[in-house]
Design a protein around this ligand. Sequence first.
Ligand code: PMP
Length: 378
Amino acid sequence: MIYLDYSATTPVNEEVLNTFNKVCRNYIGNPNSLHQLGKEANKLMNEATKQIANLLKVKESEIIYTSGATESNNLALKGVAFFYKNRGKHIITTKLEHASIKETLNYLEKQGFNISYVNLLDNGLVDLSHLKSLITKDTILVSICYVDSEIGLKQPIMEIGRLLKAYSKVIFHVDGTQAVGKININLENVDLFSFSAHKFYGLKGIGCLIKKENIELEPIIHGGKSNTIYRSGTPTLPLIISLAKALRLSFENLEIKYQKVLKLNQKIKKELKKYSEITINSNEYSIPHILNISLNQIKPETFIRAMEKHEIYFSTKSACSLLDTFSTSLLALNKNEQEAATSIRISLSYLTTEQEIEQFLTFFAKEYQALNLKKREE
Ligand code: PMP
């Protein structure tokens, strides 16, 4: 099997899984129970929270555990919108966002909020002067992804955050789901930050929303005490501990892992550039873990099925976007409907080997030529 869909989800790291199992077995108490077992569980949870806070350079009290980035994004956007609705009803975002941002904002639009989309420059980065021009006294929130899940464009988050500091009433949310564990992240100028453990070899079902101390949120899940007042439910201790472990491991040798992925990415790009009908959509601002291309002449679903026969797996667009629609992210970048309707995403990991890439390229050539030939005969 050749797995090239690491941006959809990653396989769990064995050490992380062992940690999860150990905590499940050895800590049966609810961290909020007052007895000894509860206290032990609570102590362990606090240690994990401290570790996460140290890794991300935030305060322990700023960490809210969620079920994943979809929930973190929902809590950030709805939480801000409902808490600050009397301050204003205007929200700014990009056309590159994941469905959990896009659809939450569509929902908020129906609730009376106004959504503006900031222009992208030709290279796919946010147009900062357009962003500035969109801000009004009604603006309460700007939400921008650190790295988008389809093209892998890394946005200048520090610079955007710095710009937004001049507007004391505008809150800055960043969806960091595709960034954490792959690149260095800096949350200095960010108010709210979402991420999910299953994108960096952690378990599915746990994520975080970082909420800086001075920001308030209206909770979306009510029901008593958890680790914070912003998200109720019994703390998922084994998942929380496993998240801390996965995060710590993902931060180790980050640069070495990045360089390995970069080399693999360059190898694929060099080969795919030989195909005159293929467009390479990811550019020098994309992280090397995500390589988006448009097949143009071939339907991406057909190609995915052809490659699946060889047990090679990758995605069309992001795994969470609706089927049978073109990529709105790509349309925003290239303004070309055919390219937006025929894109595939190859996503790489430091676990990917050169041999896997060679095999992938061999089967790519074989299936691409066969499908092209079939198309010409039709
Ligand atoms: N945001 C981005 C940028 C993503 O790539 C994803 C997952 N595809 C999510 C949010 C949602 O994450 P989760 O699966 O943890 O809900």
